[in-house]
Every structure is written in structure tokens, then in C-alpha cells.
Design a protein around this ligand. Structure first.
Ligand code: ATP
Ligand code: ZN
Ligand code: MG
Length: 532
């Protein structure tokens, strides 16, 4: 990213000839030293390319890189002049004006012309040029302007990232474990035998038998992975005010997959008369009509499930005695609009998850993640005996340098970032093909990604980090069934123990349900194993 522009320093009186040598020296000092501070490479810093003086104005052509941006460079130049010429010649700086600013970016980007300070945007070859309107000192100091520059930087990073959502590096895997893969799709079996029924796209009713299996798996996970580390259960809300999503970054990052909620415009039922009458007579509800009775959306439905944790500690000053804080929440569903790839219970709009969250000093947060990681590995490998792998995934927005290093041999996982756990789904195809693997869970260290915007402070000023981990229960059960099938002799012992702790619930079997004869026969065969 390069910025070019003309900076005018407007003094309160004309510059005299005796000042010229000082101006020259100042420009030399700025170019050699002051404007280069904070950047490793000179091209990332700022440079005064040339300057001219006319009466009370010094006009300079400046060029800056992404480390010392034009706002920062302009203010540094102003300070240098005010502090050096000011006292010596009794001259003051009245204003600084940054004109004809052009931001040149590699790659084609677009940016909303409705934003303040943006005058024009054009694409020249493989470069984009953003022109800004004239900026004065007070504009340069505005958070609005800083945020605009950050937005442009982020867009540039995204281009360099190459359109990939994340960068994937294998950390460890179980190796090939399954000799005779099950070929049936467990999603189809579950639906055929009537244990799940689709209510709407990506949304299922889980009948008692499958709920029993999901609960056994969740309990096993809590006992093996979560509780030994001292995590305690909390109940988080599942509908979040928009401001929360602004702070977590989800609204900016994944708005296309969020589900929103609206409140009614009025509590007075008489105001709904027309709508109610129409439903009576027409026996249908027109969503467009309904919309007129609703306020604009003011909530988004649980997306990451950890949002309320950061919100809870917002503006709080915490001390060592309560650190690290270790909670988990499993009190309700998450909602995601997954437009493509919705399939069975493995990619749904409404899913259930145990979300594990923690807050502490960096070394505490890393230590907890490492212990969780150990437990997760044991859980996947020994307890459930799955064929699994784990990978270091960096979503593009975590990448600091902007440029992805393809040849990364050794990775340091004790830094902010995410580890995904994946299971092979044999029914989808060979293990060699990545598309036949499913992310079942993940674990992240966020650094200060959330403690900063939520201003979560330590009483002695130490840095605080957070971490979170999501166990999507439908996906774990599906992975287990995809690898082990419905023959409970092949299921992991510990899991069967948990399943057998309480009587197995009755399946729904009626004249019309499950739908097909084959489904009914299969159901009978499967449930004959669940008698104890
Ligand atoms: P994917 O890449 O498969 O879309 P993701 O990266 O969006 O997954 P995360 O945002 O990391 O998933 O969510 C954490 C966990 O929540 C996942 O590991 C998974 O267990 C579960 N999960 C996420 N999206 C869904 C979904 N649509 N249906 C079921 N479970 C989900
Ligand atoms: Zn989370
Ligand atoms: Mg996803």
C-alpha cells in the first residue's frame, strides 16, 4: 500500500530567508529519522519527496507506506516544524492541509463511496487508487479517519490472502485406523428410522433416542475433557444485541451467515387487527405483511456462543485471585445461515454446542489450551477411537503480515490462532480427499482480540487474553456413527457405558411413521440392540 499526497503547512506569517536553512535541515532530519520511526523497511515509512515555499505556506509532496501512514506522517511533520521553527522565529503553525491524497493498493478493491473522506476510486491495471478529499488537522486526528484507513488495510490484506477463508497446516493425526469403512450415510439412516425429522431447512427435531445418544456423548466429553480442568457451567443468553457483534467483529466478518431477530412494533394487540383478520380468512401469513408490524432487527441469534463471556467482563477490572476464569455453556442452540452444503445433521442452521471459554494472563490461557488439547486428543483417539487429524488454521483476519508463507515447516502454536479437529467421514469417499473430512470441533487462543474492544482490564495492568473451544455435539455424534456404524458392538466401550446408564427411550413407530417399510425394518433391527 502506498499513499501519496501534498501536505501544506500553513504558518501564521510568511517564512523569511533566514529560516530556509532550518527548513532544509528539518526536512533532512524528518526523511532520515523521524518519519522512518516505527517501520523496519524505509518503503513502509514516510518520505518528503520535494517541497516548496510560498509566502506562509510550505508545500510538500509526501509518500508513505503502510507503517507510517499519511495521518501519522503529517502530524509528525507538523510537530517537527512547530517545535523547531516556532520558538526560534516566533512563528506558529495555523493549520495543516493534506491534499490530493491517493492510496494505491495492489489488486482490485472496492470501497463504499458513501463513506466520509472518500472522493473517488478507480482501478488502473492491477492496482486500485482511492482518492481522499482534502483533510485538515482535525480530520487526521479523528477515529473515523483511522478506522477508514484500517478498513482499507484490511481489504488489502484480504486480497493478499488470496480469497482463501483460512490457511490450513496439519499438526497431528491418528493415521489410518479404519480398515473396513462403513459406507452408509448416517444422516440418511437417522432420518429413515425416524429418529430425526426435518422441520425446515437445516433444522431438525431430535427425538428421544437420538437425544439420549447426544446427551451420553456430551456427558462423556464433559467428564473426560472439560470438568477435570475445573471448568464450571454458566448459562449464556442466545440472542445478542447488535453492539455485542460490533465489538466481537462478527457483524463485520460473517454478517452473511447470521440470523437476526426483530421485536414487534407494538404490544397493543388491537394494532394487529388487520393482520389477524387476514390470517383468519386467508389461512396464511404473508411475511411481507408481517414485516410491517416488526421493528428493524436489533439482535442476532447466538453465532459463536462465546460472545456473552466477553460482554460479561466488559469494563471490568479483574485481579489475580479470580484468574483464570474457566466456564462452559451448553444452554441452547447456535444459529447459522449456511447457504450451501446443508446436509443431514452435519451442517445445519440450528445446532448445539458445548462452548468452553476462558480468560487469564497469556501464559495461563496458553497453558489451559494445551491441557485441553491433550484431553481432546485422548478423547478422540482413545475414548472414542476415531480416525482424526488436527490442523493449525489461521483465518485471514488473524494473519499479521498479510502475506501467507507457503513454506512454513515448523509452526508455533503458543500464539493466538485456531486448531481445528477433523474426522474422516468414510461414506463421503476416500480419506485422501479433504472434502471427505468434517470439522467437528476447534480450540482458539484469541490474544487480545476480545479483551481490547471489551476493555477487560487487569488490576495491575497486565495483559489479558481469552480462549474458547466449541464442541458441536451433532457433528461429533455424526462422526462417531459415520466411522462406527449403528452396530453397538463396534462402539467405543466408554460411550456404550454412558449410553447404558439410563433406560433407552422409545422410538416413534406408528402406521405412518417412519415413512417407509425399509425405515421401519431398519429401526426394529437397530433398537433390538438397545435393550438392557
Ligand atoms: P465449517 O468450516 O465446517 O463451516 P466453522 O469453521 O464454521 O466450520 P466454527 O465457527 O469454528 O465452525 O464453529 C465451531 C464448531 O461449531 C465447529 O467445530 C462445529 O462443531 C460446530 N459447527 C459450526 N457450524 C456448524 C453447523 N452449521 N452445523 C453444525 N455444527 C456446526
Ligand atoms: Zn468461541
Ligand atoms: Mg462455517
Amino acid at each position: 500500500m502506498i499513499f501519496v499526497g501534498t501536505l501544506e503547512i500553513v504558518f501564521n506569517k510568511p517564512l523569511s530567508n533566514e529560516m530556509l536553512k532550518d527548513v532544509e535541515n528539518l526536512v533532512e532530519f524528518l526523511n532520515r529519522d523521524y518519519l522512518k520511526r516505527g517501520a523496519k523497511r524505509p518503503e513502509d515509512a514516510a518520505t518528503i519527496k520535494e517541497y516548496s515555499i510560498s509566502s506562509n505556506i510550505i508545500s510538500m509532496r509526501i509518500e508513505t507506506g503502510s507503517r507510517v501512514r499519511p495521518d501519522e506522517a503529517s502530524l509528525r511533520i507538523k510537530n517537527a516544524f512547530a517545535n523547531n521553527l516556532g520558538p526560534k522565529y516566533k512563528i506558529g503553525v495555523r493549520d495543516i492541509i493534506l491534499k490530493n491524497v491517493k492510496i494505491v493498493i495492489e489488486g482490485k478493491i472496492s470501497i463504499s463511496l458513501k463513506l466520509p473522506f472518500i472522493r473517488n476510486i478507480s482501478v488502473e491495471g492491477d492496482k486500485s487508487v482511492i482518492e481522499l478529499s482534502e483533510l485538515h488537522e482535525e480530520d487526521l486526528k479523528k477515529p473515523l479517519f483511522l478506522r477508514l484507513l484500517r478498513l482499507i488495510e484490511e481489504k488489502e490484506k484480504r486480497i493478499k490472502w488470496g480469497g482463501k477463508a483460512e490457511h490450513w497446516i496439519l499438526i497431528k493425526s491418528s493415521g489410518a485406523k479404519i480398515e473396513k469403512p462403513v459406507v452408509e450415510d448416517p444422516n440418511k439412516i437417522l432420518e429413515d428410522i425416524g429418529w430425526i425429522k426435518r422441520m425446515s431447512i437445516g433444522q431438525w427435531l431430535y427425538t428421544p433416542p437420538i437425544t439420549h445418544l447426544l446427551n451420553a456423548l456430551k456427558k462423556l466429553f464433559l467428564d473426560e475433557v472439560v470438568k477435570p480442568l475445573g471448568f464450571q457451567e454458566a448459562v449464556f443468553p442466545k440472542m445478542y444485541p447488535l453492539e455485542v457483534g460490533l465489538k466481537t467483529g462478527h457483524l463485520r466478518g460473517v454478517i452473511n451467515s447470521m440470523v437476526f431477530a426483530s421485536l414487534p412494533r407494538s404490544y397493543d394487540i388491537s394494532e394487529y387487527e388487520e393482520l389477524i383478520d387476514s390470517m383468519y380468512v386467508m389461512d396464511e401469513v404473508e411475511p411481507q405483511e408481517l414485516q410491517k408490524y416488526l421493528r428493524p432487527p436489533s439482535y442476532f441469534l447466538c453465532f459463536a456462543q462465546c460472545e456473552p463471556f466477553y460482554w460479561f467482563f466488559e469494563n471490568e477490572i479483574v485481579d489475580d485471585s479470580i484468574l483464570p476464569v474457566k466456564w462452559f455453556d451448553m444452554s441452547g442452540p447456535s444459529f447459522r445461515w449456511e447457504s450451501g452444503g446443508i446436509h443431514g445433521i452435519e451442517r445445519v442452521i440450528e445446532f448445539h454446542r458445548i462452548e468452553i471459554v476462558w480468560l487469564g494472563k497469556p501464559e495461563q490461557v496458553i497453558d489451559i489450551r494445551n491441557k485441553l488439547l491433550e484431553n481432546y486428543e485422548k478423547f478422540m483417539d482413545k475414548v472414542l477411537d476415531l480416525e482424526w487429524r488436527m490442523a493449525w488454521v489461521t483465518p485471514w483476519f488473524y494473519e499479521q503480515s498479510g502475506v501467507v508463507e507457503e513454506e512454513q515447516r515448523e509452526i508455533n502454536i503458543n500464539v493466538p490462532g485456531t486448531i481445528d479437529f477433523e474426522a474422516w467421514l468414510p461414506y463421503k469417499g476416500p480419506r485422501e480427499d479433504n472434502k471427505n473430512w468434517l470439522e467437528i470441533g476447534n480450540i482458539s487462543i484469541h490474544g487480545t482480540k476480545f479483551t481490547e474492544p471489551f476493555r477487560i482490564k487487569h488490576n495491575k495492568g497486565e495483559t489479558l487474553w481469552t480462549g474458547c473451544s466449541g464442541f458441536g455435539s451433532e457433528r461429533w455424534l455424526l462422526a462417531l456413527l459415520a466411522q462406527k456404524g449403528f452396530d453397538i458392538d463396534k462402539w467405543p466401550k466408554k460411550f456404550v457405558e454412558y449410553v447404558k446408564e439410563t433406560p433407552f427411550p422409545q422410538s416413534i413407530y406408528t402406521v405412518s411413521y417412519p415413512k417407509t417399510k425399509e425405515g421401519k425394518q431398519l429401526l426394529e433391527k437397530i433398537i433390538s440392540q438397545f435393550k438392557w
